[in-house]
Design a protein around this ligand. Structure first.
Ligand code: NOJ
Ligand code: CA
Length: 713
């Protein structure tokens, strides 16, 4: 449906006319103006409710060994379009997603070189997306990007929730500061990681969450990152202008492109209500529809894993401590002396399978099952794992049979140790091995510096690798949960077998020194904008020294906060990360993890403030049941939940899992209370959350007779 939009042209200068094109969002609250300046530089600006959000910002590219695509342009043609459709994701926060935008395509020609560049703008009610397209043409074929120069000019010294720009890791705590304070806080924000490459004192990563002094929320990110380098943002803190800063390859180049080509979308989500940022589906809408026709094998899942015991240092991934180095094919593990701490052994895995089966978990992840963990990182080792040879104490066939008999699936683990060529070498065989033994999902990992040496986790070559692994997995009907890979940009719409990513500081850091108690009130505003996170919640024992006397780390969260994460951190893949024995100690609280849904018809963000709190209600798919989660920041706070999202006239049993009055993430994290109430659509709850705390509520439809003895809320 082609339709001419509200579009006008004004002549601003009589000598050199500057043509401004205006695009409005469907509800007219957002307005984008595009123009080409006197010297032929493309610029855009954005306003919300007639207030400037992005000041006049330049667009273009520095190219290597040829004239830049920055200025000297003329508009050759413009076209407009409107789209208003819906689509159904395979899994998600909503069963139906609205895709409604107005589009402007500007076709530019650089007069001197006659090279063509198109810029596509899509304006939704919740924000703007724009991308560059390099059409097939005579004067541009192969080209190398030195830098993309997309600007996002801020209107003031906003508050930002940021992590340091880095080519190799996103595993940082968030810093909240004014834009002008980023430079001064950069050094302390760069905490240690096995692989890290920062590049600028004012460089930050996306998704970047901003708040203006007037209370406007702005989120900057990208969508559909395919065959291109990951974008960071570098701030000119005098002018308050962010500019794109792409991740270089080993040569320092930022992208090898061949026309026709297109960049990812650059996204700006805007609202004066923080809950709109969390509810936005703009990132998915800017991605292509699913390329997988039969998606029946893609299933959301709750899982447990032989994992936390290694992360905390209670157990080990490796089988022996005897060898300083191993050579696959030459080292004989049958002859090695076991270290007695190897968790991925047949007997122990069976215990996990039993626990999963008894408590209704679909999957059991097993790490450390395959040979090679003795010297797996820090050595730039190419042939590090083969992904098909188990340690002598791990019987793949027997465990598969055992798991199947208990209606549980084993989840494969492929730690690549960032030896990416090695992984690609083995990928097909590894996926076939999974198919043969009935593994439907794999957790992959990219710990350490990338091999080939000099490459970065987020460069174009690596982005192409993660995509290759994902598409190949789809051919084998395998779901992927990739850790340390590039942060998601909504690609799960196109490849819904991407059911998880880590790509941020996950729960593991609670065993590596602890994360900030309000970390989980920021993640949904940043990392989750591009897609779900395998955050691995559900830790009930916060004192890590109880698992490993040599580890003094503390989980900076209350137990009730851990429960709430199953609702606030949306993911089709949710782990119950703690040890089974800890769940057995708190069976009443564990019940929430067992009950909570993982796929939803509807999600309603009730209240939110980045860094402070998030409360969301979600309606389980094909059911009348609801689940509510509240996570709280550093200060105690009382939330008010109105149950008006419930169907009128129906009765429900609400089970509230909340912080006890004396709970505190550090001093008293395991203090919780469980209360049951009778609720309907008129009910209202005032509930206090402790510092680093929260609450979780299951709301299950019930007959009148079942609720008559319960206290009414
Ligand atoms: C880092 C991952 O985030 C973690 O979950 C995994 O256990 C280790 N790498 C080992 O692969
Ligand atoms: Ca990690």
């Amino acid at each position: 449906m082609k339709k001419i939009l509200f579009l006008f042209a004004v002549c601003l200068l009589s000598l050199n006319p500057v043509i401004a094109q205006e695009l409005q969002s469907p509800n007219s609250k957002l307005k984008m103006k595009f123009s080409v300046t006197e010297d032929g530089t493309p610029v855009y600006k954005l306003s919300y409710k007639d207030k400037e959000v992005i000041k006049s910002s330049k667009l273009g590219f520095d190219l290597k060994d040829e004239k830049d695509l920055l200025d000297g342009f003329k508009i050759a043609e413009t076209s407009t379009n409107s789209v208003n459709t819906t689509w159904k994701p395979v899994w998600g926060e909503e069963s139906t997603i609205k895709n409604n935008y107005n589009e402007l395509v500007v076709s530019l020609v650089q007069e001197e070189t006659q090279r063509k560049l198109d810029i596509v703008f899509r304006l939704f009610n919740d924000g703007l997306g724009f991308r560059y397209i390099f059409p097939q043409q005579e004067n541009l074929g192969h080209f190398v990007i030195k830098e993309e120069r997309s600007q996002f000019a801020m209107t003031g010294d906003h508050t930002a929730f940021w992590i340091p720009g880095d080519y190799d890791t996103q595993e940082y705590d968030y810093t909240k500061s004014k834009l002008s304070e980023i430079r001064g806080k950069m050094e302390e924000s760069i905490t240690a990681n096995i692989s890290q490459t920062s590049f600028s004192n004012t460089g930050v990563q996306t998704s970047l969450m901003l708040k203006t002094d007037e209370g406007l929320y702005i989120n900057l990110h990208e969508a559909a990152l395919i065959d291109y380098a990951t974008m960071h943002l570098n701030l000119d803190d005098e002018k308050m202008i962010f500019e794109s800063w792409l991740t270089p390859d080993s040569q320092g180049d930022k992208g090898y492109l061949i026309a026709p080509a297109k960049t990812p979308w650059r996204t700006i989500i805007v609202s004066d209500d923080a809950t709109d940022i969390l509810a936005s589906k703009l990132t998915y809408n800017l991605n292509e529809p699913s390329k997988i026709d039969d998606t029946s094998w893609i299933k959301p899942m709750k899982y447990i894993g032989v994992w936390w015991e290694m992360i905390t240092g209670k157990s080990s991934w490796n089988y022996t401590d005897e060898y300083k180095a191993v050579k696959l094919g030459e080292t004989d593990f049958e002859k090695a002396k076991p270290n007695g701490k190897h968790a991925a052994n047949t007997e122990h895995v069976k215990e996990y399978i039993d626990f999963a089966s008894e408590h209704g978990f679909g999957g059991v992840l097993v790490e450390g099952w395959n040979i090679g963990w003795e010297d797996w990182f820090g050595h730039s080792k190419d042939y590090v794992f083969d992904f098909v040879t188990p340690y002598p104490d791990f019987d793949v066939e027997e465990l598969q049979k055992y798991a199947a008999s208990k209606d549980v699936e084993l989840i494969m683990h492929h730690e690549t140790s960032s030896s990416v060529r090695n992984y690609e070498r083995h990928l097909d065989t590894a996926y076939k091995f999974m198919n043969k033994y009935g593994y439907n999902a794999v957790k992959s990992g990219y710990v350490g510096d990338i091999l080939p040496r000099g490459e970065n986790h987020y460069s174009q070559w690596l982005v192409n690798h993660y995509q290759y692994a994902l598409e190949k997995a789809a051919e084998h009907k395998i779901m992927i949960n990739a850790h340390e890979a590039v942060r998601p940009t909504g690609i799960a719409r196109t490849y819904p077998n991407l059911i998880g990513n880590e790509s941020a500081r996950g729960t593991e850091y609670q065993a590596f020194g602890g994360s900030k108690p309000n970390h989980v009130t920021v993640l949904p505003f940043t990392r989750l904008i591009g897609g779900p996170m395998d955050y691995t919640p559900g830790i009930f024992e916060m004192d890590i020294s109880k698992l490993n006397p040599d580890n003094n780390s503390h989980v900076n969260s209350t137990l009730a906060n851990q429960l709430a994460l199953y609702v606030t951190m949306y993911s089709p893949l949710q782990m119950a990360a703690d040890l089974p024995e800890h769940y057995m100690m708190f069976l009443d609280a564990f019940q929430f993890i067992k009950d909570v849904a993982i796929d939803w018809d509807k999600s309603i963000y009730l209240e939110a403030e980045p860094g402070d709190y998030i409360t969301v209600a979600r309606n389980a798919k094909n059911s009348n049941n609801w689940f509510v989660g509240n996570v709280n920041g550093n200060e105690a706070r009382t939330a008010t939940v109105k149950f008006d999202f419930l169907e009128k006239g129906k009765n429900y049993i609400a089970t509230v899992y909340a912080d006890a009055p004396d709970a505190h993430y550090k001093e008293n994290p395991q203090a919780y209370e469980i209360k049951k109430y009778r609720v309907n659509s008129k009910s209202k709850l005032s509930q206090r959350s402790a510092p680093g705390g929260g609450f979780a509520i299951s709301i299950i439809e019930a007959e009148k007779s079942e609720v008559k003895d319960l206290k009414k809320l």
